[in-house]
Structures are given as C-alpha cells and as structure tokens.
Ligand binder design. Structure first.
Ligand code: GUN
Length: 295
C-alpha cells in the first residue's frame, strides 16, 4: 500500500493564512506591522532564490520586508555594523542572515551578534540554549516545520522512536530537541554512524537531512513509518534540465512508509511559513503581546 503523502505546500499555505490574519489584526488593533530584515551577502544563486521567495511571502502576509544585499567581498565589520543598526531599528522585529556566508566572514560571530529577541532563525546561542533546556525560545524554522508534519501524520508523538540522519545546527540538532520535547526517543545518526540502514529501520519517525541524494532507500524504512525528507538536491535530469530530489529514494520508500513528504512540496514550503510565524511571534513579544497560536 502506498503511503499518505504529507502535503507541506498545503500545510504551509494554511499557516501563512493564519499569520496573515493575525498580522491584519495587529495592524488594525495595535497599529503594529511586523517587519523582517533579510541579509544576503554575495550572489549564491540558490540563496538568491530563497531570499526572493522570503521577500514575496513576507509582503503577501502583510508584513514589512527589508532586504539588504551586500557584495561578496563584504568585511566582518561592515556586516556587524549593519546587524547593529537592525538590532536597534524598532521597525525590524526579525533578522535573518542567509547562510552560508562567504569564507572571510565568521558565521558564529555574525549569528551571535543578532539580538536574540529578533533571531527568527533561532540560531543564536541564547535561543539554542533555551530550546535545549525547555525554555520558551524562537525555534529554527525547518525543524519546526518537520515537527508539525510529523504531528499531522501521527498525532501525539509520545514514545515514538525518532531517527534523524544529519547532525547540522540548522536541522538535525534542533529537531532532536523538538522531538525530545514531544517525548520521542531520539537518535541522531550521521555519516560516521555504523549500520546506518539498521538504525533507520528502528524509526517510527525517520528524518533525512544530510544533503545526499536518495541516500535513504526503501528497505531502510520500517513499514508504516513517517518519513520526513529535508533534502533538496538538484540533479541533472538528462535533457539539459535539472530537477530536485530529496535525501530519500521516494518511489521506493512510499511503498513501505505510512506517510512521507515529497520533494519538492514537503518540508521546503514549511520553512518560510515558520519564518513568518517567528517574525509575528517576535513582533508580539517586542510589544508585550501574547504569542500567537498558529499550528
Ligand atoms: N540556509 C539554508 N537554510 C537556512 C535557514 O534556515 N536560515 C538561514 N539563515 N540560512 C539558511
């Protein structure tokens, strides 16, 4: 039997609609328009696409979008000066510095220069620490999107075996914290994990976030498992064109899994929806208003 397809595009649209409704209420009730500043350094084509999409969806949700495009040779001091200005600008409630940064820039230093209350990526050490100790924090967007999709598929996640393949700071590690908070038993696997296929076969929730096209095969999936594919790999389609595929061999896995996210149209659209939600949350917090409920 073929798995239920987890339609991230539709769930993301639902979240964006709720965000837009609450933004409209904030504007009319409090004269407050949430603002998101996105900083892009250099001309990485994939990053340019992401930033363009973020801008469009921010404006569609009724928020202010502030875009700062700096050239690839920008120095550390110039970038830190911009972040300082954004930290002190009351119209800016969220700041996102698109990663990766060019090699001359120190990513850790830059991320930790962002005011944690405006850190809508949830990458600042303070937010990482708060998340891992169970305190309220701004939560990284892609992991938050993965958890919503897993909850939609399985309901209460208590007691589920979760295996996350990939240990990045952006996805693997924060997602482990989120699933732990939902009472899962969590394993983080990675490129050095022994018997990776066997480890994956234990999972009720199997998340692939390694950036290796179709690494996870159908026979790595436990029958009925929820499979969440975070990978976005552009491959040659053979006809002079390219296409996107995930870290999971979808056609194989969908015959075994209970539910599975497609690529594209699964986790990808959730990331920007959760970014908008975080910006709304940050704007509310900055103005002493309660956090919105969106999922
Ligand atoms: N590059 C890839 N994913 C992300 C993300 O979630 N946030 C930022 N800032 N950069 C990224």
């Amino acid at each position: 039997m073929s798995a239920q397809i987890l339609d991230g595009k539709a769930v993301a649209a639902e979240i964006r609609e709720k965000v837009a409704a609450q933004v409209a209420a904030l504007k009319s009730g409090h004269g407050l328009t949430p603002g998101l500043a996105v900083v892009l350094v250099g001309e990485d084509p994939a990053s340019q696409v992401y930033v363009r999409n973020k801008k469009r969806q921010t404006v569609e949700a009724g928020m202010n979008s502030f875009e700062h495009v700096l050239d690839a040779g920008t120095g550390q001091d110039e970038l830190l000066a911009l972040i300082d200005r954004l930290n002190n600008d009351p119209a800016v409630h969220g700041i996102l510095v698109q990663l990766p940064l060019p090699g001359q820039l120190d990513e850790d230093l830059v991320i930790n220069a962002i005011n944690p209350a405006k850190d809508v990526d949830g990458f600042h050490l303070e937010n990482v620490g708060r998340l891992s100790t169970g305190q309220d924090s701004l939560v990284p967007c892609t992991p938050a999107g993965c958890r919503i999709l897993a909850r939609r598929a399985l309901g209460d996640l208590t007691g589920k075996e979760a295996v996350i393949v990939g240990r990045s700071n952006i996805v693997g590690k924060p997602l482990a914290q989120l699933l732990l908070a939902d009472n899962c038993t969590v394993t983080i696997a990675h490129s050095r994990t022994r018997n990776l296929a066997d480890v994956c076969r234990r999972a009720d929730i199997l998340v692939a976030a390694v950036g290796r096209a179709e690494l996870v095969r159908g026979d790595w999936v436990k029958p009925g498992a929820c499979v969440i594919d975070v990978g976005i790999n552009r491959i040659d389609a053979g006809n002079g064109k390219t296409r996107l595929i995930g870290d999971v061999a979808f056609d194989e896995a969908k015959e075994v899994a209970g539910s599975i996210t497609p690529v594209p149209g699964g986790v990808g659209p959730m990331t920007i929806a959760l970014l908008l939600a975080n910006t709304l949350t940050a704007a509310c917090a900055a103005n002493g208003l309660p956090a919105p409920t969106l999922s």
